[in-house]
Design a binder for this molecule. Structure first.
Ligand SMILES: Cc1cc2nc3c(=O)[nH]c(=O)nc-3n(C[C@H](O)[C@H](O)[C@H](O)COP(=O)(O)OP(=O)(O)OC[C@H]3O[C@@H](n4cnc5c(N)ncnc54)[C@H](O)[C@@H]3O)c2cc1C
Length: 404
């Protein structure tokens, strides 16, 4: 296949790998350039809602994911004050049938490994590890992508470059040098608990969201139920790139020893032996995503706060829409030339912008609601109970019912 059907994807995260599979399915040759030497275990749990699982199923990943993904029975909102459930949003088989796709919780590494294996098995996809994308130059036939591997500089010619290189995107740095992520003032502490070591002594079958004063906790099973993923979100001014900085367990324990956190929540915190910290940065809403034959995707375009559990899901949706827009004009059996690539990429960005901005806003609002304290928190709890789980779930329908 010639360069005329080659797309370079920078980054083999969830967005880059999904985009590569979706583009290959449209008849493109894809070269993925990933700076990591190997796709190691980074991050922890992910909730993958039906809007995104539908895309993964359509790409043929159900078989690879089924042994590792868990379909939680519900999202249970817990009161940090009383330690009791406030409201239960039913997921389970009925919700999956209604949505036409499962709601999954799984380890990010398991999703990445499944995508990686599927990409490796595809003859049109080439993954180059240890290859850092440095810059690019546009020309009439497309784009020349400059990269470095083990100190050696190389160039790869392609029809288009997709920057799926995460929130600290090098591609965005060249494309839109003045736009970048802002620190939110919040830190995610992430850890796992061996399922048998859960303080309740009972297996966790769903997602628990604990709302407390100025902080919240999320817990759910991952790795086929062997582990429980725990994320604690707290205010802080520590800010560093990356998602692997170690955290001191005693610091977490003392933060949650404060009044307002019931013993059941504190026991969860105490059950984690190894914590990793992740400073939460977010891109401003609605920035530009594309110029010429280069476009951004996933966190590179719209890294968001994780409080709608939709960052990876939006990257997965982006991938499907991008492949459709490029495939319509340049895929197998079409006659599009390099000159029309920018128009296809603009169509992609236009198709995505409003929806993604709405999700970014929701994520911010959720964070504020989860962290209310005092009388405002009581009012929130009463309002949630009055609405009930079914109606709270129905309010997410605009996210979960999305289809290509
Ligand atoms: C606490 C927390 C909980 C979350 N929970 C959820 C959830 O439940 N559901 C959900 O949908 N989302 C969730 N998210 C968000 C989700 O993790 C991200 O949105 C998603 O992983 C972004 O994927 P990506 O492929 O765009 O970027 P990344 O996963 O960051 O991948 C980028 C890749 O590009 C590579 N790279 C970087 N620079 C270069 C370069 N110059 N050259 C080559 N390669 C490069 C990196 O090594 C990496 O492999 C959560 C986030 C956090 C912080």
């Amino acid at each position: 296949m010639s360069d005329a059907r080659t797309i370079v994807v920078a980054g083999a995260g969830i967005g880059g790998l999904t985009a590569s599979l979706a583009l290959a399915a449209k008849g493109f040759r894809v070269i993925i350039l990933e700076k990591a030497e190997r796709l190691a275990e980074a991050g922890a749990g992910l909730q993958i809602s039906p809007n995104a699982s539908r895309v993964l199923v359509d790409l043929g990943l159900a078989g690879r994911l089924a042994p590792r993904a868990i379909a939680p029975d519900a999202v249970t909102v817990m009161s940090a004050r009383t330690g009791r459930p406030l409201v239960r949003l039913p997921l389970g088989a009925e919700a999956a049938t209604r949505a036409g796709a499962p709601y999954w919780v799984l380890h990010r590494a398991d999703l990445q490994a499944a995508l990686h294996a599927q990409a490796e098995a595809h003859p049109a996809i080439e993954l180059r590890l240890g290859c850092v994308v440095e810059d690019y130059a546009s020309h009439v036939h497309g784009i020349s992508v400059g990269h470095r591997r083990h100190g050696e500089r190389g160039d790869t010619q392609a029809l288009a470059l997709i920057g799926a290189d995460g929130i600290w995107s090098a591609v965005r740095g060249q494309l839109f040098p003045s736009s970048g992520p802002h620190f939110s003032g919040l830190i995610a502490w992430r850890g796992t608990i061996e399922a048998p070591a859960l303080p309740s002594g009972e297996p966790l079958r769903g997602v628990q969201l604990w709302m407390g004063p100025r902080a919240h906790l999320v817990a759910y099973p991952i790795s086929g139920g062997r582990l429980v993923n725990l994320v604690a979100i707290v205010p802080d001014d520590w800010q560093r790139e990356g998602w692997s900085a170690p955290g001191e367990p005693r610091e977490m324990q003392s933060r949650f020893a404060a009044a307002g956190w019931a013993p059941a929540a504190r026991l969860l915190i105490e059950a984690v032996e190894i914590w990793k910290r992740w400073a939460l940065f977010a891109m401003p809403d609605g920035g530009a995503w594309t110029t010429g034959a280069t476009a951004l995707l996933g966190d590179a375009a719209h890294g968001m706060l994780p409080f709608a559990a939709q960052g990876a899901a939006m990257a997965i949706e982006d991938a499907a829409v991008l492949a459709q827009c490029l495939g319509d004009s340049h895929g197998a059996g079409t006659t599009g030339d390099a000159l029309s690539v920018p128009a296809s990429l603009r169509r992609y960005a236009e198709a995505r912008r409003a929806r993604v901005a709405r999700v970014q806003r929701l994520a911010r609002q959720n964070g504020q609601i989860y962290h209310l304290a005092g009388p405002m928190a009581l009012a929130r709890d009463l309002a949630m109970q009055a609405l009930g789980g079914e109606r709270l779930l129905a309010r997410q329908a605009w996210i979960y019912d999305w289809r290509l």
